[in-house]
Design a protein around this ligand. Sequence first.
Ligand code: ASP
Ligand code: MG
Length: 471
Amino acid sequence: MIVMKFGGSSVGTGERIANVARIAADVTERRGTPPVVVVSAMSGVTDALRRAATTATAGDQDTFHLIRDELQQRHKQAIDDCVSDMEHARALRAEIESLLNWFETLCQSIYTLGELTPRGMDVVSGLGERLSARVVAAAMRSQGLKARTVEATEIIVTDNKFGNATPLFPETRERVQRRIVPLVEVGVIPVVTGFIGATLDGVLTTLGRGSSDFSATVLGSALDAEEVWIWTDVDGVMTADPRIVSQARTLPSISYSEVAELSYFGAKVLHPSTIQPVSSRGIPVRVLNSLRPENPGTLITNDAVDEPLVKGITAIRDLSLITIAGPGMQGVPGVAGRAFGSVARSGVSVLMITQSSSEQSICFVVRTVDHSAVVQSAGAEFELELMRGDIDAVTSQDEVAIIAVVGAGMRGKPGIAYHIFGAVAERGINILSIAQGSSEYNLSMVVSHQDVDEGVRAIHQQFGLDRIGGG
Ligand code: ASP
Ligand code: MG
């Protein structure tokens, strides 16, 4: 069995949806058995839905009506463009309209109450996938395929952490097997809503923004799928962001751990949780371009190959480098523990940590939106030390970025750091801080934000990534 996920831009218009149906038809024919399909909302729809809910809570009575009209228009147009049977198209339009009526009622009550709970936000946000899945299934039927919409609320069971729920695997597996396998056995393509799930009590949850990829691998794992294919609008996992490096290339293959590092460090191809459900079962993931389905894309498996040494270079921006420094920190146990304890209490996540062995300072990187909370809580934690002069100050240097260099081939090879830092130095770029995980898969450095693009380009060129296979 193959699970295929189509992202928001792959289902962004009626024409694109018809293309998705063609891909599904082709795969069904080639393999002799239908794939399981997972879809995102049409591009931009989740954002629009969320905007409707937030403006309604803020006392705006007009925006959600406008958004409803836009969504109705957009889905109606899509249906006109990809559902040929008039009778089916009419029934589907009515169904979409009734879902949108319900959405409008929901926003009206949010407006009246002036309150929006995370649970309410999930119900609103998850509507986009419920709309798109219906249109995609209808488009498949128009092309002579058998297809049925499946609400993920019936099969993906999660905890009740609204907005960022975690699937409960044993329950999910049981339901997925029971609901999906019989459909596929009789030749029906299940079209499952990505992004959403439900608690054991049946209350709708979402798995976090951009999580339809994750929905697909959760299903892939629950079905013991042969492979999971993520259809997107780029040719696969690239060596760098092509908007920064014009010679960026598609990687023919990459390992689970490498791609996890890359997505953590801001490469937008895959949601960071995507790999976890499939890696332990060794189910390969392919990233493919729905607009160029003949391209081989990128294959993600357990095998970490050494070539190329560096697989990818990514950058995260809008960060702050927090430094806690002072002569009285040396040899005093517990300083790091207290520092990170205070950061954790302010609910902030730390992206990178360094401490020099002289123990005179601890540096760590947080998102700039969080920097004042961190400086404040660390300041409070070390109030006494600051007063006594054991610690000089807790400072925040803003407008910095992390460049992360990722590749399994870097492991155990002397001289990699020399080449990375040499390339950066040649361009006159100053490095503020450095960290390497003991896996040696990732070497990260902090630079000033005006240097980040140039730094990424320098390293890309140094390792000859513009010459590797792929497109
Ligand atoms: N539609 C959801 C979002 O925009 C999930 C996804 O597209 O993966 O966050
Ligand atoms: Mg996405």
